[in-house]
Design a protein around this ligand. Sequence first.
Ligand code: FES
Length: 136
Amino acid sequence: MAEPRDVPKPEVEEENKWRYVGEVKELNKKKCHHVHAKSGKKYDVALFCDEGKFYAISAWCSHMGGPLYHGQIEDYNGRCHVMCPWHAYMFDLKTGTNDLGLQQDIYEIKFEKGQLYIQHDSELSLGSYVITCPVK
Ligand code: FES
């Protein structure tokens, strides 16, 4: 008689991590948006728009935490970079790298029916998430 075999468990489908950010026609009116992460400020994203192309990188500079969403977009060595407003380090918007070996997280972007989505573990919002205290 054959031994009972373990039945393989069905693979659990990974949660859809594409997060809606906004309408492309509205987002491309500004060079950069500070996109807030519901899971905490350290996961915020800087969403850049330059000549119709979008780039999403971690919002806080990996040098000393400067707000990259206030940085200027620059052409540096023929590639699109952001210059950190605090100490002027440059970060490649496609790769998140810089000349000194620092690294920003970068995020995938997709477009559907005129809407922009960022692949991110946290829910995202263009407005900050308000923390409320329970009223006693
Ligand atoms: S904090 Fe960005 S370059 Fe120093």
